[in-house]
Design a protein around this ligand. Structure first.
Ligand SMILES: *Cc1c(COP(=O)(O)O)cnc(C)c1O
Length: 646
C-alpha cells in the first residue's frame, strides 16, 4: 500500500502531485475543492467545467461511459497557442516571412474535428495535409479558403495527382510533395495531359537522426523522401519538363513526438541548406515545411524521455524561425513562409476518454483455519507465515529475511502443486496452500518500507498483490498505442481526489486478451507499473480518465473482440452565460454495426434465433414468455453499444 504519511491529511494538492496533473494538465485540467477534475477548455482565458457534473448531465441524456469527451474549445486554444508562438518568434527574430500551418488529417480524421479546425483556423489561413487519397477527398471537401495550403503527401497514383492538379483549377492551393523518385514521371505526364500543374514540393530524406520512438523515420533507410542525388535528379527532370517554376516547397518530417530539441535543430540546419541550394538551382521556392513532430509532454516531466519533450512550444517556434533565418541570411535569399504539420500538438489535449470500473479483483485475504491432517507443504507454509510475523516484532526490519521467507513461500506453494499433480493432496488442501502463500505475501508487503529501493523479487510480490480494476473499455479500440507501442497517457481517477488513494492497481479491459490492460503509468519522467487508486465503494461508480488521447487513438483502434467505438460528445463552454453546450453527439458502434463489418447480417441472425426459439417452444423446452424475453435481449443488444451498461 502507498505510504500514507498520516501526519498530514490528504489534500487535492497531493493528488495533483501524485498523478502529475499539475504538470501535464496545465492549463486545461485541474482539481476543484470537491476533489473532481475540472476542465478549463479555454486555458487561462476563463470558464471551467466540472467533469463529474458533465458526466452526470450526459448520463441523464442516456450517454453513459465509456465516453469520449471532446472539448472543441481546447482545439481552438491549441491553434491560438501554436500561432501565437510563431508570431512571437517571428517578431523576436525579425523574420521577414510568416507562418502558415496545416493540420495533418491522419492525426484525427473525424469530420467534426477537421471541420472545426478549418473553421477556427480560417483567420490564419490554416490548411490541411493529406497523406492518402481518402484524406485528399476530406481536405478538398472541407476547405474553401483559397489562401489555405493543401499539402499532398503520401504515395500517389495518377488519379491522386490529377485530382490535385484539378483542385488548383478549382481555386485551391495544392502542393504535391514528391516523396518517391518514381512520382516524378507521373507528375510530368499528368501535367502534360491536363495542360496544368499543381504546386510542387520535395520531401528530403535528411541524414540527421532523430531519437525517440519514431527515430527511424529519417536517415538513409527511411521509408519516405528523396536522398540528395534524387533531389538533384528531380530538379533536372522538372526543369526539362518546364515544371521547375512550380517547385515551391521543401518538406521534411523527422518522426512524431520529437523528444529532444537538439535533433530538430540539426534537421532544420540540414533542411535550411537544401532549401538554399534549391533556390540556387533556379526553383522559385517560398515555402519550407518542417513536418510534424512537435511533441506533447504526456508525463509532465519536461525531459527528453519518450513520453515528454525537453522543449516548450515557444522553444520549438524560436528554433524553427531562428535556424531558417540563419540559413538564408548569408546567401541573401528571401526567407520562406514557414509551414508545420503539427498534428499531435494540436489534437492531443482536446479529448478525454472516461471509463467506469466494473469491479476489482483482489488476492484472497483469508488465512485458512488449521486442519488436523495438513500435509507437509501446508504445514511448511504455516511455519513460514509464523516466521514472517516474528520479523514484525523486531525493532529493525531485515529485508533479506523477508526475501528469504518469500522464496520459501513460493517453493512450498510449488511443492503443494506438485503433490496435487501426483495425487498426494486433495483440492481443498491445495487451495489452502494457495491462500497461505497469499497470506505470506501480504504479511511481507505490510513490512516493506515504502521509500527504500527493494529487490526485484519483492517488487514482483507487490505487483502480484496489486488489485486488478476491471475497466469498461477496450484498449485495442480506444487507446491502441498503449498496447502497440507502449505509449504512456496520463491516467487517473476523475473524482475522490480529496481522498487518499490507498490501493495499488492496474486495469484489465473487457477483451479476452491478456494484452488488454493498462499497466504502465507516467511517473515524472519514469514509468510505474502500479497506479494509486481508491477502494471501490458499493453502489458508487468509480470513473477514470485517460487524458491527452485526442491524437491517433481513434483511427488506430481496432475491433478486437468486436468492441466498437465509444459514444463521443463535443462539449463547448457556453459562450453566453455559464455551463456548457453539447454541440455534437457522435454515437458509437452498436453490436449490429460491428457484426456487419464482419459481414454478418443482423436481420438474418435474428431470424435464425426466432426459428430456434420456435422449435424449442414446439418441443416444450422453452415457454413463450421466455422465448420472447430472449428475442428482446437479442434485438436490444443489436441496437445498443458494445460496452457494458451500468
Ligand atoms: C504523421 C505526420 C505528421 C504529423 O506528425 P505529428 O507528430 O502528429 O505532428 C506530419 N507530417 C507527416 C508527413 C506525417 O507523416
Amino acid at each position: 500500500m502507498p505510504q500514507g504519511g498520516t501526519e498530514h491529511p490528504w489534500s487535492i494538492a497531493r493528488s495533483g502531485d501524485l498523478y502529475g496533473l499539475n504538470r501535464w494538465g496545465e492549463p486545461y485540467f485541474s482539481i476543484n475543492s470537491r476533489g473532481h477534475v475540472v476542465v478549463q477548455p479555454r486555458g487561462d482565458r476563463g470558464g471551467s467545467i466540472d467533469l463529474m457534473e458533465l458526466l452526470s448531465g450526459l448520463e441523464e441524456r442516456d450517454l453513459s461511459s465509456p465516453l469520449l469527451v471532446r472539448f472543441d474549445d481546447i482545439l481552438d486554444d491549441r491553434l491560438e497557442r501554436l500561432h501565437a508562438a510563431f508570431e512571437r518568434a517571428i517578431s523576436h527574430y525579425d523574420y521577414s516571412g510568416c507562418y502558415q500551418g496545416v493540420f495533418p488529417i491522419k492525426c484525427n480524421q473525424q469530420r467534426h474535428v477537421v471541420e472545426h479546425l478549418v473553421e477556427s483556423g480560417r483567420r490564419w489561413n490554416f490548411g490541411l495535409e493529406a497523406g492518402s487519397k481518402a484524406e485528399l477527398l476530406i481536405a478538398l471537401s472541407l476547405t474553401q479558403n483559397p489562401h489555405a495550403l493543401l499539402i499532398c503527401n503520401g504515395y500517389k497514383d495518377h488519379r491522386y495527382i490529377e485530382t490535385a492538379i484539378l483542385a488548383r483549377k478549382l481555386g485551391h492551393q495544392p502542393v504535391v510533395v514528391i516523396e518517391q523518385a518514381d512520382e516524378v514521371p507521373r507528375i510530368i505526364k499528368a501535367s502534360k495531359v491536363l495542360g496544368a500543374s499543381p504546386f510542387l514540393g520535395l520531401r528530403a530524406r535528411l541524414s540527421s537522426r532523430s531519437t525517440g520512438r519514431w527515430g527511424s523515420s529519417v536517415g538513409e533507410r527511411a521509408k519516405f523522401g528523396l536522398n540528395l542525388t534524387e533531389v538533384l535528379k528531380t530538379v533536372e527532370a522538372l526543369k526539362a519538363a518546364g515544371l521547375l517554376d512550380e517547385l515551391r516547397l521543401l518538406h521534411f518530417h523527422i518522426g512524431s513526438q520529437i523528444n529532444d530539441i537538439a535533433v530538430l535543430k540539426d534537421a532544420l540546419q540540414e533542411a535550411g541548406q537544401i532549401y538554399v541550394e534549391l533556390t540556387r538551382l533556379g526553383a522559385p521556392m517560398g515555402l519550407l515545411d518542417v513536418g510534424g513532430g512537435l511533441g506533447v509532454d504526456y508525463d509532465g516531466s519536461r525531459t527528453a524521455s519518450s513520453a515528454s519533450t525537453n522543449y516548450s512550444l515557444q522553444n520549438y517556434a524560436n528554433d524553427v524561425v531562428a535556424t531558417v533565418k540563419e540559413c538564408c541570411m548569408p546567401h541573401n535569399i528571401p526567407v520562406p513562409t514557414l509551414v508545420s504539420e503539427s498534428g499531435r500538438a494540436i489534437a492531443s489535449h482536446f479529448s478525454v476518454l472516461v471509463f467506469n470500473v466494473l469491479g476489482c479483483g483482489q488476492p484472497p485475504e483469508q488465512e485458512p483455519a488449521p486442519q488436523p491432517d495438513e500435509p507437509l507443504p501446508v504445514r511448511n507454509l504455516r511455519e513460514t507465515l509464523f516466521q514472517i510475523r516474528q520479523v514484525k516484532d523486531q525493532p529493525e526490519v531485515d529485508i533479506s529475511l523477508l526475501q528469504e521467507a518469500w522464496n520459501d513461500a513460493v517453493k512450498f506453494r510449488d511443492d503443494a502443486l506438485a503433490a496435487f499433480r501426483l495425487g498426494y493432496i486433495r483440492l481443498d488442501q491445495r487451495a489452502m496452500a494457495e491462500q497461505l502463500s497469499w497470506a505470506c505475501a501480504q504479511a511481507i508487503n505490510a513490512l516493506l518500507p515504502g521509500s527504500k529501493p527493494i529487490h526485484e523479487d519483492l517488487r514482483g510480490l507487490q505487483r502480484a498483490l496489486a488489485c486488478t480494476y476491471y475497466a469498461n473499455l477496450s484498449v485495442f479500440r480506444s487507446a491502441p498505442d498503449t498496447w502497440a507501442i507502449d505509449q504512456l497517457f496520463p491516467v487517473m481517477p476523475i473524482h475522490r481526489l480529496d481522498e487518499q488513494p490507498t490501493e495499488l492497481g492496474q486495469f484489465a479491459d473487457l477483451t479476452c486478451d491478456s494484452d488488454g490492460k493498462l499497466d504502465q503509468f507516467i511517473d515524472a519522467g519514469k514509468t510505474k507499473s502500479l497506479l494509486e487508486l481508491h477502494p471501490l465503494r458499493d453502489g458508487e461508480p468509480y470513473r477514470i480518465g485517460i487524458f491527452l488521447a485526442g491524437a491517433y487513438q481513434e483511427v488506430m483502434g481496432n475491433l478486437h473482440n468486436l468492441f466498437g467505438s465509444t459514444n463521443a460528445v463535443h462539449v463547448r463552454l457556453n459562450p453566453i452565460g455559464s455551463g456548457y453546450v453539447l454541440d455534437h453527439v457522435v454515437h458509437g458502434d452498436t453490436n449490429a454495426d460491428v457484426l456487419q463489418v464482419m459481414e454478418h447480417d443482423p436481420d438474418l441472425m435474428l431470424e435464425r434465433f426466432r426459428q430456434a426459439t420456435e422449435q424449442a417452444i414446439q418441443s416444450k423446452a422453452l415457454g413463450i414468455a421466455d422465448a420472447r424475453r430472449l428475442m428482446d435481449h437479442l434485438k436490444t443488444s443489436l441496437r445498443q453499444t458494445t460496452y457494458l451498461q451500468e
